[in-house]
Design a protein. Structure first.
Length: 354
């Protein structure tokens, strides 16, 4: 009986010591880690810096969570830097547009206004000079229209709206400073406007990187139309980079890859970037198909505005085609000089047969 008592007492002591060890080495550290995790969930990325103690497995878990928090912190820093860079770029672009409008278009309009006043004053006594002035005014108006059209094309390529993504990509490749091919697989179709714009900008950025930074000699653009998805791939034979260099690329102010990631994320797509030093770079984007852009839209041939025929201000029939206009100014300008606004444009893109 005494032996059983002492054995029970010994067992109780061992269990007490084990429980104390469990509480001090497991339970308390886990509670401390849980409190730190709550602070982390609240946005405190420094919450896990203090060790919790306990068994090695808890410390290993804490370090893994510290590494995760570090990734989040770096992602936030990159996002903040990217947002600041995009804001700066937007302001610079707005300043450029304002400068071009002020130095070019507004000055031309002022000159036209002054010329009209002079022509009016000469119309009775100096008809020949008035006619010469009106001719000069017409040339200035054509020049202003051309400059505005070029400015609009810089902001958004007309081919993207008029002819679709493939045509815009081919024009992009034709203007590239390195030989660039475009390959199309599957049946080409119009996509939702947001998708066409995003895919074009992704190709534009990737090709720009190949020309500016990678020292590439050639590049290839491939687009695959599948029933349920669209794949866009841009390859170059440049110097490439290590995958872990992406963060350093951002730190050096090269935001192209981050911008591509942002566009793909906004479309809920998938992005794959393959690159190794000396082996070039491959960027592949896959997005799900969406409803296509409406087919019943046309382009004002004067100001390039996209409109629906039933919502147009007016229409003009010219050489068997119907052209639609957003306002009386555009309609009047077209009626006076239709060839000026149709030169170099594809009529079916902005007109409908009679």
């Amino acid at each position: 009986m005494n032996e059983l008592f002492w054995l029970s007492l010994l067992l109780l002591g061992v269990m007490t010591v084990a429980n104390l060890w469990l509480v001090r080495r497991v339970l308390w550290p886990l509670r401390a880690l849980a409190r730190q995790a709550d602070r982390l969930a609240g946005g405190d990325l420094e919450a896990l810096e203090q060790p919790c103690g306990g068994v090695p497995e808890i410390e290993t878990l804490r370090r893994a969570m510290v590494a995760m928090a570090g990734h989040v912190r770096r992602a936030q820093q990159q996002s903040s830097v990217y947002a600041e860079a995009m804001t700066t770029a937007q302001e610079a672009e707005r300043a450029r547009i304002a400068r071009e409008l002020h130095d070019d278009t507004i000055q031309t309009l002022v000159s036209i206004s002054q010329g009209i006043e002079m022509a009016q004053s000469w119309s009775a006594q100096k008809p020949e000079q008035a006619a010469s002035m009106l001719k000069a005014i017409r040339e200035q108006a054509i020049e202003a229209s051309t400059n505005l059209r070029n400015l609009i094309a810089d902001l958004r390529p007309p081919a993207l709206d008029e002819l679709g993504l493939v045509a815009a990509l081919r024009m992009l490749a034709a203007r590239a400073s390195i030989p660039t091919t475009v390959e199309v697989t599957g049946e080409e179709r119009r996509l939702a406007e947001a998708h066409e714009v995003a895919l074009f900008r992704i190709a534009q950025e990737a090709l720009g990187n190949a020309q500016r930074h990678s020292e590439a000699a050639t590049a290839q653009i491939a687009i695959v139309y599948r029933p349920d998805a669209i794949e866009l791939e841009i390859r170059d034979d440049g110097r490439g980079f290590e995958p872990e260099e992406r963060t350093r690329l951002v730190e050096r102010g090269r935001y192209g890859l981050l911008g591509i990631q942002e566009r793909v994320s906004n479309l809920k797509g998938n992005l794959v970037i393959d690159s190794q030093p000396g082996q070039g770079t491959r960027i592949k984007v896959t997005i799900a198909s969406e409803a296509p852009q409406p087919d019943d839209v046309v382009r004002d041939p004067v100001c390039s505005a996209i409109i629906r025929p039933q919502q147009a201000y007016g229409q003009v029939v010219y050489q068997g085609e119907v052209y639609y206009f957003c306002c009386p100014v555009c309609k009047g300008a077209f009626q006076r000089e239709p060839e000026t606004f149709l030169s170099g444009r594809d009529a079916p893109a902005q007109a409908q047969p009679v």
